[in-house]
Each structure stands twice: as C-alpha cells, then as structure tokens.
Design a protein around this ligand. Structure first.
Ligand SMILES: Nc1nc2c(c(=O)[nH]1)N[C@H]1C(S)=C(S)[C@@H](COP(=O)(O)O)O[C@H]1N2
Ligand SMILES: [Mo]
Length: 357
C-alpha cells in the first residue's frame, strides 16, 4: 500500500518516498514531524519491534545485543538537532548535478530524545585500538551511482570516536515528544549534530566498532568530495561538518511583492559548533547589504531564525534578494558554489528572484 501524500511536503521522488519541506511555510523554530523532510535511499524496512535488536560489535570488550526495552531503560537525553541533507539546494546549481533535485526544504530542526551513543559505547567497553564507529542500518538495496557493489548493500556511515563525545551523538527513539516515525528511522536512529544528515543513520541495527577508517560506498563514492588543499593531490574525503548557511523562507522564489509596502523578509541560519553572529540581507542583487535581526538566542545544535523589514521600492520590476550568515568562528557564506563538492555542500548565497508589482 502506498502512503497517502502528506500535505506539508513536496514529493521529489517515489519508491522510495523522498519528501521536501515547504521552506516558505517556516514558522516555529522546531519543525513538526508531519512537515519534516524525508530522505531515504532504499525502501523503508519492515521491522518487528519485538524481535528487533541493536547489536554492538567489533573492537569492544563486551559485545551487546539490546532490545528496545533495554535502550528505553537507560538514562535518556533530549536536545535539539538540525538535519540538513548534503544535497539541499541542488536544483539551483548550474550545471545540473545528479541526485534528488531539492529546493530549500531538505532541512529541518527537531527535538530528539534517546540514549547518548557514548553511554552505549561505555557499556560495551571500547578497545584501545578502536578508531571509528560504523552505524549500520536495516534498509538495503542496490546502490545508485555507476561505480557500486554488485550486490545490495545496507545503508551505513561512520563517525570517528572523538566526534561521538564532542558532538552529543544520540541514538534517538523519539522526535518532538512522539515515538520516532517510521519514515524517520523507527525504532532507533542516530542524530549526529553539526554534520550533514547522511551521518544520522536511520533504522539502526548494528554498531560496529572499527580499528580503521571505514571506506564504504556512502563515504567514498556517495557523500564524499574532492578535497584539494593547495599544492596537494586531490583526495576523496567523506562529507562531515555542516557549512555555515542561511536561507530565505519569504519571499519565496518568484513571489510577487507589493510596491511601496513594508515586507518582512525572514528565514533561518545555522552552522556547526558555532552560533550565528550576523545575518546580512541584500535586496538589490548584492550591491548593498543590511544587517538583519536574529530572532532566536543561540541553542546548541539548533538553527536560529532571523527577520528583516524591507521597504519595498515604488518601481515595479524584477528584484533579487540574498542572505548571508557569519558564524562565531568567522565563517561566512561564499558568493559561489565550490565545484569540488559537486552536488553537495550548497551553502553559497542563493539568489531569490521576486517581482515587485
Ligand atoms: N538507514 C538510512 N539512514 C539514513 C538514510 C537512508 O537512506 N537510510 N538517509 C540519510 C540522509 S542522506 C539524510 S539527509 C537523512 C534524512 O533524515 P530524515 O529522512 O529523517 O529527514 O537520513 C540519513 N539516514
Ligand atoms: Mo541527505
């Protein structure tokens, strides 16, 4: 049975469903479950909650097999967590890049409840030679890219052990106070704050503690980029940390704006392990920039909303807006896309064209 279409979401792909949030409807700081984007590579796996287990294996002193009850009994943590797909905004790139053609809505911010991954690793006892945690999921299928393993693979991604502690990585079973929805990874998913969301593995089944960096499909062929430090040979590197970014919710692309009105331009901005310090807005295609108002206090792992009151000119015609965020570490959104990232890390100041009438 196909699920009915969800009103708050735009379908970008079916089988499996890939659904985009209507970013222009942005309102609260927390994205409700029913309007949170969905990005899945393979069909949503059928999981029987009673027989489901999370296995913890590899370079550990005590391998574990945990049921949902075991996990729910452990001390829980709740925190905000922004998820942005690494391909968010891909439709705006020229030339076109393969992959789901997301506009602005492959991003959202929810409150997640679960068990810190660090607590589970502590229970298993890490061996001293452990370097990475591989998160393996129940969903499986044949990979998409031309270079791919012949047989079906499970979705899997890794995180270095140092990052697990520094980033409050959570194994979440609740989203915004409700049981984790199936499309978002029930019964258990990872939330890796401050990393692109491919690292936040859904439908977890196994945590494999590894003695070397993992080189699997989803971090070499897919969700990786060419890192080309000055004078060095380019190297394939897995995507990880989110780049600083802001997006304009309203006006929406191609919206008609009333001449001589006061229009409230608004949106959100986020970064990784740094609060947003400044938002600037241009309403004349980048000729001049004005500072916008940050509306939310910084909150770890969450985005911050901002607003700007625009005195719309009297002359009708086309007009281009952009927003530009600067974070507390001094990182600023660039003017253009860095093509070493191909169809990922799209955090340049995306122009929003409107019509004044
Ligand atoms: N098991 C599994 N986990 C996954 C994926 C997937 O296809 N399978 N997609 C990843 C990607 S690319 C993104 S952007 C996020 C999307 O999370 P959401 O669907 O809850 O918004 O999940 C990540 N975790
Ligand atoms: Mo993604």
């Amino acid at each position: 049975m196909k699920q009915p279409l969800r009103p708050g979401l735009i379908s970008r792909q079916t089988d499996p469903d890939n659904l985009e949030s209507l970013f222009s409807s942005l309102d609260g700081r927390i994205t409700p479950n029913e309007s949170f984007y969905v990005r899945s590579h393979f069909a949503v796996p059928e999981i029987d909650a009673r027989s489901w287990r999370l296995r913890v294996e590899g370079a550990v002193a005590r391998p574990l097999s945990l049921s949902s009850d075991d996990i729910i009994k452990m001390p829980s943590a709740t925190h905000a967590g922004l998820l942005e797909c690494a391909g968010n905004g891909r439709v705006f790139l020229s030339p076109k890049h393969e992959g789901v053609q997301w506009e602005l809505g492959a991003v959202g911010c929810a409150r997640w409840t679960g068990v810190p991954l660090a607590a589970i690793l502590e229970a298993a006892g890490l061996n001293t030679d452990a370097v990475e945690i591989i998160l393996e999921a129940a969903d499986e299928g044949v990979a998409e890219k031309t270079s791919r393993p012949a047989a079906p693979i499970h979705f899997a991604r890794s995180i270095p052990i140092a990052e697990v502690r520094q980033r409050d990585v959570l194994l979440a079973y609740a989203m915004n106070g409700e049981p984790l929805p199936k499309a978002h990874g029930a019964p258990l998913r990872a939330i890796v704050p401050g990393w692109y969301a491919m690292a936040s593995v859904k439908w977890l089944t196994r945590i494999l503690v590894s003695r070397q960096p993992f080189r699997g499909y989803f971090q070499t062929i897919d969700y990786a980029y060419w890192s080309a430090p000055n004078g060095m040979q380019p190297e394939r590197v897995p995507l990880s940390e989110l780049a600083v970014k802001s997006q304009i919710a309203r006006p929406a692309m191609l919206e008609t704006v009333a001449a001589r009105s006061v229009y409230r331009v608004h949106g959100t901005a986020w970064s990784s392990r740094a609060e947003i310090k400044k938002i600037e807005v241009t309403t004349n295609g980048g000729e001049s920039w004005q500072e916008a108002l940050l509306l939310d206090a910084p909150l770890e792992h969450a985005w911050q909303r901002w607003g700007y009151l625009w005195n719309v000119p009297g002359a009708s015609g086309p007009c281009t807006l952009m927003s530009r965020a600067t974070d507390a570490r001094g990182r600023v959104q660039p003017v253009a896309h860095d093509s070493n990232y191909e169809g990922y890390v799209i955090h340049y100041t995306i122009p929003v064209s409107v019509q004044i009438a």
